[in-house]
Design a protein around this ligand. Structure first.
Ligand code: ZN
Length: 377
């Protein structure tokens, strides 16, 4: 972490009666990190956030007001939706309070609040059950416990690690998608991804699937990758997106945004010239995994950041001849292989080590058929 990263301004926004915001402020201050604690009211919270957004410095915002009035709840909804739509470089933590819901509903409510507001983390707490958890955008949770101070430790640890990570800009130019059946999509790659789809490895949330996959293109820096914010169960309709890496920080994408995994894909292709296919999905390791799959921590890394990509590339090992793998803990595996590796060898490695019907994080009882899209806006 750079020095500049450590000096990033941290704002904790909460109301006086809210012990959570105060506890976070005290903890961050005790760590020697510069933070400010804002006690906002529904009337002043708009102006406060407008001021923070207007400040060009990079900042971390813990937006945790707990206004109980209707006006207050409305103010929270309005303000939290503005922050990241105006400033993608700000790191945003949101609160997801519930009252007497199941752990599963608590988790999905937090995931919905985080994703619909493009936030980076959510703190879920339930005033009746007393359960707390930190929900992360890669669709998993940490620190699920009735001991709120332990959950807050996780929240602060993850936020301080992830804030300031760097992302690739994608510059989208008009072009059609690459057909899933195009000759440049190699047969072994297509068979492996079709196997993952057929066995439920890509489970929808809010109509979209997490995970990603990519194949190396013919030209330097070119690859064909999965499309962001789509449903991979409809690959024959949606196809792939062609991207060209332009240095470390930018890709030119033909037709639509590439998967958030674009950066880890670029780093892996750069570091492994002999490999040309990457698949990533959010399934856990089997308890009876046949091979020794290396495991890398995920909690310090936001999925899709350069740091996440480097962490993934660092963990990759050749698990069977010509097939490399790494398990990102509490997240899912990356499996990388060459065009000369028969699909059935890759599929056998996947089946022997990963449970495709399960998912990291929560799986609803109906297997994601019916996750409600809550009306939060
Ligand atoms: Zn992922």
């Amino acid at each position: 972490m750079s020095n500049e990263h450590n000096q990033r301004a941290i704002h904790v926004i909460g109301s006086t009666e809210d012990g959570i915001a105060r506890a976070i402020h005290v903890d961050i201050s005790n760590k020697g990190r510069a933070s400010q604690f804002h006690i906002a009211t529904p009337e002043t919270v708009h102006g406060l956030v407008a001021r923070l957004i207007a400040d060009p410095d990079e900042q971390t915002i813990f937006f945790l007001p707990d206004f109980q009035t209707l006006d207050g709840i409305q103010a929270i909804k309005e303000v939290r939706s503005i922050i990241r739509s105006e400033r993608k470089d700000l790191f945003l933590v949101l609160a997801s309070p519930t009252s007497g819901v199941s752990p599963e509903e608590q988790y999905f409510t937090a995931l919905e609040i985080m994703k619909s507001n493009h936030a980076n983390l959510a703190l879920a707490y339930d005033d009746k059950t007393g359960l707390n958890m930190v929900v992360v955008p890669e669709e998993a949770y940490y620190g699920q416990t009735a001991d709120r101070s332990e959950t807050l430790n996780w929240l602060i640890k993850i936020a301080l690690a992830r804030a300031g990570e760097t992302f690739t800009r994608s510059n989208v130019i008009a072009a059609p998608p690459v057909s899933w059946m195009a000759p440049e999509v190699s047969e072994n790659f297509r068979q492996v991804v079709d196997h993952l789809v057929a066995h439920g490895a890509y489970k929808k949330f809010r109509g979209k699937t997490a995970g990603h996959f990519a194949i190396r293109g013919m030209q330097q820096g070119e690859f064909l990758t999965s499309r962001r914010n789509h449903d991979f169960n409809r690959l024959s309709d949606i196809g792939l997106v062609r991207v060209f890496a332009q240095g470390r920080d930018e890709v030119v994408a033909h037709g639509s945004k590439p998967s958030v995994g674009g950066q880890s894909q670029r780093i892996i292709f750069d570091q492994h010239p002999e490999l040309s296919n990457i698949v990533h999905f959010h399934s856990p390791l089997r308890p009876d995994a046949r091979d020794v799959i290396p495991v890398q921590e995920q909690w310090p890394f936001e999925c899709g950041s350069h740091q996440c990509g480097q962490n993934t590339a660092n963990g990759l090992r050749e698990v069977r001849p010509g097939i490399y793998a790494v398990m990102l803990e509490n997240h899912g595996p990356n499996i990388v292989f060459g065009n000369d590796i028969p699909a059935n060898q890759v599929i056998d490695l996947i089946n022997c080590n990963f449970n495709l019907t399960a998912k990291t994080g929560y799986v609803p009882n109906d297997g994601f058929q019916n996750v409600p899209v809550l009306a939060l806006q």
